[in-house]
Design a binder for this molecule. Structure first.
Ligand code: TYM
Length: 329
């Protein structure tokens, strides 16, 4: 049995990228492994520092997790901020993390560009907190999307460094995981780049059918293929990538063939894609609405999860303190 950890920041509603990048794989793994799934609410403060909608966002994401099929009786579902051992291990790991390597991280450089007025220390040490989330449970597998690959490399580096510095074989080196396949990057509807919460290009899991149709029909395309077997442009590739994960294989093959022989009508492709997304998200949205209105249930889940996660985290902290050399008088 492997230990699996995954998480999502609580910065807003979840989209198709979050589902196909992380949640789907986690759900598939939960029965055969020791699984921890958490809401990275500390991480969300690196970009959303004010409390206006902190709690609402956490609640939204929690209900969405459960609606996607995470079973809280099987997996441990918890909030990062409920585990005081996390900031403690984060502090200890920070002592062995170097400014140079943190400054070179792609996600840090991106954030510096995106929020030049708030280049906070939390952003710089984001990968250290993420490594903490993972190694505190001594996880070996981390279901995430392609964008988290570098953070996982950093996690392995910090785990290895700890082992080398203290001459122990303590932390496993975890890997980003997708059932032996390459990690997924779900593109947005705007023609380029990945689907993201802040990019304005996302289909959210809780969008209504009307909103989904509108968004998909407005997706960027091109003027159509002009010769047989032409390579699609990026916006068209993106629509096919989304179709590949939400539609039946024969639907995908049908439109691919139509593209190849230049008979495709993008309007038809989009209509089909929108209906397939709706078919996929509809049951999820219904479950979400029930869960979201049940505060007592959500409260019970996170309290139970915090207790279980703390057991594993406090055992690690006890051992780490011993390894580093803290002793009681
Ligand atoms: P976050 O909140 O940005 O995204 C959550 C998960 O969704 C995946 N994802 C995508 N996958 C494919 N295509 C996309 N367009 C797409 N957009 C998002 C992300 O890869 C991620 O798996 N740093 C993490 C949160 C985190 C974490 C952790 C994850 C904190 N500690 C420990 C795993 C383990 C993040 O910002 O994810």
């Amino acid at each position: 049995m492997d230990t699996v950890v995954s998480g999502i920041r609580s910065t807003g509603k979840l989209h198709l990228g979050n589902y196909f990048g992380a949640l789907k794989n986690f759900v598939k793994m939960q029965n055969e492994n020791h699984c921890y799934f958490f809401i990275a609410d500390y991480h969300s403060l690196t970009t959303h520092p004010t409390p206006e909608n902190l709690h609402e966002n956490v609640k939204q994401v929690l209900a969405e997790y459960l609606a996607c099929g995470i079973d809280p009786e099987v997996a441990t579902v918890f909030l990062q901020s409920d585990i005081p051992e996390i900031p403690e291990l984060y502090l200890l790991l920070n002592m062995n993390s170097y400014i140079g390597e943190l400054e070179r991280t792609t996600s840090f450089k991106d954030k510096v560009r995106l929020q030049p007025d708030n280049v906070n220390a939390g952003l710089l040490t984001y990968p250290v907190l993420m490594a903490t989330d993972i190694i505190i449970h001594k996880a070996s597998k981390v279901p995430v999307g392609k964008d988290q690959e570098q953070n996982l490399e950093m996690t392995r580096k910090f785990a290895r460094r700890f082992n080398n510095m203290y001459k122990v074989d303590y932390f496993p080196e975890p890997t980003a995981y997708n059932f032996g396949e390459t990690l997924v990057k779900i593109p947005g509807l705007d023609g380029s780049g990945k689907m993201g919460k802040s990019e304005g290009n996302a289909v959210y899991l809780t969008d209504s059918p009307g909103v989904i149709r509108k968004k998909v029909m407005k997706a960027v395309t091109d003027s159509g293929p002009t010769k047989m077997n032409q390579d699609p442009s990026e916006p068209i590739k993106n629509l096919f990538t989304i179709m590949q994960v939400v539609s039946e294989a024969q639907t995908f093959d049908y439109f691919k063939e139509q593209y190849k022989n230049c008979s495709i009508r993008y309007g038809d492709l989009k209509k089909q894609l929108a209906e397939d997304i709706i078919k996929f998200t509809d049951p999820l949205r219904t479950r979400f609405e029930e869960l979201y209105s049940d505060n007592d249930y959500l409260g019970r889940i996170v309290n139970m999860g915090a207790e279980k996660a703390r057991q594993s985290a406090s055992q690690t902290l006890k051992e780490v303190r011993e390894i580093i050399g803290f002793k009681k008088f």
